[in-house]
Design a protein around this ligand. Structure first.
Ligand code: ATP
Length: 374
């Protein structure tokens, strides 16, 4: 398999632009995921890569082979790219083995089909027709069929969407394991964050026809480039802060800044700088005994979620306005309405100016922004 390089890609439907100067690099052997809301252009991107849809401008290359640029458009059937659509699209009148072997050279067909049935965990079921297989088994046949001609790159367009929740988790894990065993370079399209986090080494977040951040799930979760990406990956407390001397002064007190900030933010950490927004994930807030590093708050709501409680809090300081803070805590919180003290664990990550995140907790201008609350 080979890596994928896309630069400056523009494409649309009729006159309407969908991809707007999109850049993306996926290294050889990487399981990548395109994560974005419905209608943002994920399928259009896959279809351009596969060669089913013509791009306006830009370059698509797999390894050193250019598939699209100003002068080139390699036909879909000559791209050596596998494509697994949402519904699997198996031939209903052919057995699983015949589906997998379809189009393979006769000489090594039998051997290759047996190898792939084994790879996707369906040895012994090759004679069954699609209607005799479960939804998850059908998806694995579709995956085997796409892998059979040894494509350089595999594209998966929401292939688990039709499966129920439990089966989706199981099939997704099996497919990821299969792709890793095959050393595949693959791109999965989804709007499901859990799916992206559990499947991919690289998650590319798509918005307005571009990739706005591409990184590991861990990096995206803890170091999102902006407030929207922060919320895409999960709930986030976004607080105005003054950054100085390696800390963020917030309504919850002084919180150490995360290591490895981008240069522009690292510089600001050395000098007082207003109007920044920092992110604290709900798991970083704890309900503590009153103390030096805690802030009084009141419980607005709490829900047991199986492994933890999700607690909504409002700060007791009436000069601090904004949406509730959210904490995930592992022990039963006090009842709604009771005063508690909130402490912060770990570090704060700056994600831009307050203007980027309108619903952050806002300190009215009369308050001294930046004084640690303790
Ligand atoms: N054949 C088409 N003709 C015209 N417009 C189209 C066509 N296919 C898609 N579009 C439009 O292009 C935009 C991007 O669609 P696309 O299917 O790529 O999005 P998506 O992110 O894959 O969505 P979803 O997650 O719902 O599948 C949408 O506004 C859609 O309405």
């Amino acid at each position: 398999m080979s890596g994928l390089t896309i630069s400056g890609l523009r494409a649309g439907h009729g006159g309407a632009p969908v991809l707007d100067g999109l850049d993306l690099t996926v290294q050889d052997g990487t399981l990548a995921c395109i994560l974005g809301p419905s209608g943002c252009g994920k399928s259009t991107l896959l279809r351009v890569i596969a060669g089913f849809h013509r791009s306006g401008t830009g370059t698509v290359a797999v390894g050193s082979r250019v598939l699209n640029d100003d002068r080139t458009h390699v036909a879909a059937e000559r791209r050596h790219i596998g494509y697994v659509p949402q519904d699997g699209a198996l031939f209903p009148h052919l057995s699983a083995a015949a589906n997998i072997g379809f189009g393979l050279p006769r000489a090594d067909r039998r051997e290759r089909v047996a190898e792939l049935l084994d790879l996707v965990g369906l040895s012994g079921l090759g004679d069954r027709h699609p209607h005799q297989l479960s939804g998850g088994q059908q998806q694995r046949v579709a995956l085997a069929r796409a892998l059979a001609p040894r494509p350089e790159l595999l594209l998966l367009d929401e292939p688990f969407a039709a499966l129920d929740a439990a089966l989706r988790t199981e099939v997704r894990a099996q497919v990821a394991a299969t792709l890793r065993a095959a050393g595949a370079t693959a791109i999965l399209v989804t709007h499901d964050v859990d799916e992206a986090l559990s499947f991919a080494d690289l998650i590319a977040v798509m918005r307005d026809g571009r990739i706005v951040q591409a990184d590991s799930g861990h990096a995206l979760y803890h170091r999102p480039a902006d407030a929207q990406i922060a919320r895409t990956l999960g709930e986030a407390n976004l607080l105005p802060a003054v950054l100085r001397d390696g800390r963020a002064d917030t309504a919850l007190g002084a919180v150490p800044l995360a290591d490895g900030l981008p240069d522009e933010l690292a510089d600001e950490a050395e000098t007082p700088h207003g109007s920044q927004t920092v992110m604290l994930r709900p798991g970083q807030l704890r309900l503590a005994a009153e103390g030096m590093d805690t802030t009084p708050a009141r419980i607005l709501d709490s829900r047991f979620r199986g492994t933890d409680w999700r607690v909504e809090l409002t700060l007791e300081d009436s000069a601090v306005a904004g949406p509730p803070l959210i904490a995930y805590v592992s022990t039963a919180p006090p009842p709604v309405g009771q005063q508690v003290h909130v402490g912060v664990q770990g570090s704060a990550y700056p994600i831009g100016t307050s203007a980027d995140s309108a619903d952050a907790i806002v300190r009215p201008p009369t308050m001294a922004v930046g004084n640690p609350v303790s």
